[in-house]
Design a protein around this ligand. Structure first.
Ligand code: NAD
Length: 476
């Protein structure tokens, strides 16, 4: 253990409301999932503070919307610079609150900075849609007002950067609400925002999972940018009805990987393993079920099991750790339930039981010979437990891959990319990768099909989601 890394200061966190860093109405404890020790006391906003945050954002909106986009862009770039200069401290805090290894936390911070720098130069031009002798018709993109940005606990900093920068660039003001088990890095970000942005433009409140509904149904919130589970997403969707709020939902996934009969098991196994176990399986786009052709099924299972047995699981602050703990106790208990399902319905060939130590550790687990209707196959496990299923007919494999309420991502693995591409075209999901995984260029759109989401994040489309298209039609 590196003592210097351990001594990262984790005290004195504040809400950001109307430009002021203030204590919450109460506090709650944030737990380090690798040790189960209390990491920090986090401010807990109450309903009154939520209303103050929304009121501050509403009051700040007209001036911010009228601020030239060049100025908004410049402030975003300064945010990126400040975040970059503090990124090591952020990464340490992120590892301690989220559990991911320090190298992964540093990667998340680089991604977050890169994301802001991708948004900043983007533009929202007024376009001429038709010009004739007698009329001109243009489309202007106007900001919406107050945006509620709600994030989950798996990739808290990076996912916020799919929402906060485009919302601000487009001229909206924002109320951020992170997940209660990973609020600290977002609150630290609030300290930078307090220095940079005019009061009320960025507000950050933290809760104990009790303010989400009040925020999403608030009459003065114009748009909700939500990332989280499909179950919560449905509640958020319902809450928008009374005031017809704009909405982006990035929800759960149960991403299939189809391994064609011409793939080399030795070559694809590490890529599939990493795609499934990244962040200990706690990634919306992680590979969550594998369909392998009969002819290579046994070999692929063996390769995956070997990789699982060799993986180094431990405290993310320890050098050499490949996979950290599950992020919170609830998720730990949930994944233990999938282990039970795997034991009853399939055959566990690596992993299978929580580590006998403090912390929410479950080692990478490979499960073979499990039926399609097992819970581990049907549901989103969001943990390091991977079912490997057998197929002999490719049409059947595609049908089984598509037989899900989810449709976030998918992968196809083959030594023949053209053949794999044809398979990719038949999969019903927001993204399909061929012979790679998790390649998400910052400037290209991303979204979920079916119950994995609504709307788009990233890219020009992701920016336009934070605007209202307005048509101006004038007679000449
Ligand atoms: P969650 O749905 O439990 O919580 C997400 C956020 O919603 C938290 O901030 C939470 O406090 C808040 N919330 C809770 N109840 C609410 C309510 N009634 N109204 C509004 N907000 C409310 O999700 P989680 O467990 O934190 O995250 C894991 C889930 O997120 C997984 O399903 C994962 O697939 C999904 N996810 C999706 C993407 C994507 O881009 N599609 C990315 C990351 C995670």
């Amino acid at each position: 253990m590196n003592a210097e890394l351990r001594s990262e200061s984790v005290s004195d966190f504040r809400l950001l409301i109307n430009g002021r860093l203030i204590p919450g109405a109460a506090t709650f404890n944030v737990i380090n999932p690798a040790t189960e020790d209390i990491l920090a006391a986090c401010p807990r906003a109450d309903r009154k503070q939520l209303d103050q945050a929304v009121a501050a954002a509403k009051a700040a909106f007209p001036a911010w919307a009228a601020t030239p986009i060049e100025k908004r862009r410049e402030l975003l770039l300064r945010l990126a610079d400040e975040l970059e200069s503090e990124s090591l401290a952020f990464a340490r805090l992120l590892t301690q609150e989220q559990g991911k290894p320090l190298f992964a936390a540093a990667f998340e911070m680089r991604g977050a900075v890169g994301m802001i720098r991708t948004w900043a130069p983007m533009d929202l031009r007024t376009e001429v849609l038709r010009e004739t002798d007698t009329s001109r018709i243009v489309r202007q993109r106007i900001p919406l007002g107050v945006v509620a940005a709600i994030t989950p606990w798996n990739v808290p900093v990076h996912l916020l950067m799919l929402k906060l920068p485009p919302a601000l660039l487009a001229g909206n003001t924002v109320v951020v609400k992170p997940a209660p088990s990973t609020p600290l890095t977002t609150l630290r970000l609030g300290e930078i925002c307090a220095r940079l942005f005019p009061p009320g433009v960025v507000n950050i409140i933290t809760d104990e999972n009790d303010l989400g509904a009040a925020l999403t149904s608030h009459p003065d919130v114009a748009k909700i940018a939500f990332t989280g589970s499909t179950a919560t997403g449905k509640k958020v969707l319902a809450s928008t009805a009374s005031t017809i709020k704009r909405l982006t939902l990035e929800l759960g996934g149960n991403d299939p990987a189809i391994v064609l009969d011409d793939a080399d098991p030795k070559e694809v196994a590490p890529k599939i393993f990493n795609g499934a176990m990244i962040n200990s399986g706690q990634v919306c786009l992680a590979i969550k079920r594998v369909y392998a052709h009969d002819s290579l099924y046994d070999r692929l299972c063996e390769e995956l099991a070997e990789l699982a047995k060799r993986a180094v699981v431990g405290d993310g602050m320890d050098e050499g750790t490949q996979l950290g703990p599950l992020q919170n106790k609830m998720q730990f208990e949930k994944v233990k339930g999938y282990l039970e399902d795997a034991r009853e319905r399939g055959k566990i060939i690596a992993g299978g039981a929580p580590l006998n130590r403090r912390g929410y550790f479950i080692p990478p687990t490979i499960v073979r010979d499990i039926p399609d209707d097992a819970r581990l196959v049907r549901e989103e496990q969001f943990g390091p437990v991977l079912p490997v299923l057998r197929y002999s007919d490719l049409d059947d494999a595609i049908a089984r891959a598509n037989d899900s309420d989810y449709g976030l991502g998918a992968t196809v693995w083959s030594s023949n990319p053209d053949r794999a591409y044809q398979v990719a075209l038949r999969i019903n999901s927001g993204t399909v990768w061929v012979n790679k995984h998790m390649d998400l260029p910052h400037d290209l759109p991303f979204g979920g099909a079916k119950q994995s989401g609504l709307g788009t994040e990233m890219g020009q489309e992701g920016l336009e989601e934070f605007t209202q298209a307005k048509i101006v039609n004038l007679a000449k």
